[in-house]
Ligand binder design. Structure first.
Ligand code: FES
Length: 366
């Protein structure tokens, strides 16, 4: 029996796949994708959240999380994806997904968003590279809602050609008196006339003071590559900034995991090659009649994926909650409990990607 699709209404991933409406090149290595729901529903989410998508490549299902850059209430959903070395899913989408194609999604999640994070009348959006995707959704939403929020926006990029949403931001700058975006570029370019309006260098306190003199009186939303986020957090901590006014995305959407696939595979190699001289524990999933051995400190996700256990892992960094599973027995150590309630923790629920095996364990997926 075919599913009854709600025409209109709010999009739900289990009711309707996404259909690619159009795509365009943002910069040399980033592409924006605009989707519609097959059942014509509109998209509701909290600005700043990400969507978990499922894709089959060479017969294997892969899951990834991508920040949504469009605004809630719209019939279009926009993702912007960067090509990265070794980035299996991102590169596949860029190389293959064409208008009319279907993409399955699992759901929308993320606590870095305008609804759940408190903010005042003055905010500072601070992003680098593809970390601009959730904060542009915040900016677009605030501006379209006509809230009287004063928005300073600092975006850092390699050079002018690598500024994502560049022309749109220039238009927003011109049209909105409460919006001011400035660019901090790592590399200079030659055309002297065009140098006006850009600052060069990498983020530090002097640059921050120069670009936004009252940044310490604002609510900060931060998203970007790890080194950039660490640099900003260091500035914030050293100045005694009130952390209640500081919100950061816990992972760099899409390309951070993708760019770390080398690390992931080297961890797999460790699992295989060093098992003999390390402490080894067993991981069993009785409902799948599966048992394997891993070295101490391997993640549960490693152990489950080794055996092809169908665990969904979209962000792989303890943020999205998609890899939730239950440790029925045995000792583990978790570094993230995001999305898991206290009650669930008491019952043994953990995030497989952020849970290390510290003894023989038995796991269930439900
Ligand atoms: S994969 Fe997202 S929390 Fe584990």
């Amino acid at each position: 029996m075919s599913k009854k699709l709600a025409s209109g209404g709010v999009w739900r991933p289990e009711q309707s796949p996404l259909i690619l409406n159009k795509r365009w090149q943002e910069t040399g290595d980033t592409v924006s994708f605009e989707f519609i729901a097959q059942n014509q529903a509109h998209f509701e989410f909290k600005p700043g959240q990400f969507i978990n998508v499922e894709i089959e490549i060479d017969g294997k299902k892969e899951y990834r999380a991508y920040s949504i850059s469009s605004i809630p209430g719209d019939k279009y959903l926009q993702l912007t994806i960067k090509r990265v070395a070794g980035g299996k899913v991102s590169n596949w989408l860029i190389d293959n997904l064409q208008p009319g194609d279907q993409l399955n999604a699992i759901g929308i999640a993320g606590q870095f968003n305008l609804n759940d994070c408190q903010y005042g009348k003055r905010i500072l959006l601070l992003s680098a590279g593809c970390g601009i995707t959730p904060v542009i959704s915040m900016a677009r939403t605030l501006l379209s809602s006509k809230q009287s929020i004063d928005i300073e926006f600092i975006h850092c990029a390699r050079d002018k050609d690598n500024i994502i949403y560049h022309s749109e931001i220039n238009v927003l700058n011109e049209k909105n008196t409460n919006f001011n975006c400035q660019f901090l570029l790592e590399n200079k370019f030659n055309d002297h006339d065009e140098l006006v309006g850009y600052l060069f260098g990498i983020i530090n306190k002097d640059k921050l003071d120069l670009l936004c003199a009252d940044w310490q009186q604002r609510t900060i939303f931060l998203c970007g590559p790890t080194a950039f986020m660490e640099a900003v957090k260091d500035i914030v901590q050293k100045t005694g900034f009130d952390t209640a006014n500081f919100h950061q995305e816990s992972f760099t959407p899409n390309q951070q995991y993708e760019s770390h696939t080398g690390l992931a595979s080297s961890k797999e190699n460790v699992l295989g090659s060093s098992a003999k001289e390390s402490i080894v524990f067993s991981v069993a999933v009785p409902s799948f009649n599966y048992k394997t051995e891993v070295i101490q400190g391997a993640t549960l996700l490693d152990a489950l994926e080794q055996g092809g256990i169908p665990v969904i892992a979209a962000c792989r960094q303890g943020v999205c909650g998609s890899c939730k599973c239950k440790v029925a027995q045995g000792q583990v150590h978790s570094t993230s409990t995001e999305t898991i309630t206290d009650d669930e923790q008491q019952q043994g629920w953990v995030l497989a990607c952020s849970t290390m095996v510290e003894g023989d364990v038995e796991v269930s997926l439900s």
